[in-house]
Design a protein around this ligand. Sequence first.
Ligand SMILES: NC(=O)c1ccc[n+]([C@@H]2O[C@H](COP(=O)([O-])OP(=O)(O)OC[C@H]3O[C@@H](n4cnc5c(N)ncnc54)[C@H](OP(=O)(O)O)[C@@H]3O)[C@@H](O)[C@H]2O)c1
Length: 237
Amino acid sequence: MNPTDDTPGLAVVLGGTGGIGAALADGLRQQGHTVLAIGRRTAPALDYADDSTVAAVAQFVSAELDRTGLPLRRLVVATGILHEGAVQPERSWTHLDAAALQRLFLVNTIGPALVMRHCLPLLPRKGRSVAAFISARVGSIGDNRLGGWYGYRASKAALNQLVHTAAIELARRCPQALCVALHPGTVDTALSQPFAKTGLEVRPPTVAAQELLQVMDTLPEGSNGGFFDHHGTTVPW
Ligand SMILES: NC(=O)c1ccc[n+]([C@@H]2O[C@H](COP(=O)([O-])OP(=O)(O)OC[C@H]3O[C@@H](n4cnc5c(N)ncnc54)[C@H](OP(=O)(O)O)[C@@H]3O)[C@@H](O)[C@H]2O)c1
């Protein structure tokens, strides 16, 4: 097999029923991939509140790889929360709350870490593949000039560290695979709607998905472990 082979194969989108995730799943289908879009209400279901669902989803994906004979070319993790019921972004340290922080870290950091454990071993040892974890520019420490949103920022910064660490391990078994953190830009979804301010460039999920897929397709060698925005530009840690 050509080591740069990136022909369509199986593509898995976790959070594939969310705003960005569903658009990514559609875009991957249009590219010719066989797509598994998995959310909390699909079968199998993925809910980080029950960590056994992560292993069950990985087993399902593994069985689909065996059944179809396709390689896993794209693993996209588009899960995440910024707000959820009483969990709202903190404007001040006075709003820091243990339960809210635990929820943000469970969904934005620990869940994706378990996805790394169970799903990264499914990437093909040969040929190009991309594991993309949808992060957020506000998780950048270097880019933080506004403050606020403590829990979301910290949980995404921790996700970025996990992505970078897993990328180093992945390179040992899959030299052509890329494991990256991607910032989607501001996208019109349930997550952003309460906070979308005039002045920010808010794009529809279909546009964001096309940009993110283009980035995944064109990331050059040496991108493994990096943090990129929807134009493919490196975001500072
Ligand atoms: N929208 C933006 O402007 C923006 C900007 C920067 C970064 N992001 C990031 O982009 C990613 C996708 O967000 P979105 O804008 O598409 O938001 P969204 O429409 O609210 O989608 C969020 C996804 O996360 C899943 N999810 C939530 N809680 C979960 C849990 N406990 N276990 C498993 N999955 C869970 C949801 O599953 P269900 O479909 O089953 O509900 C949904 O698929 C997130 O990581 C977000 O931080 C978004």
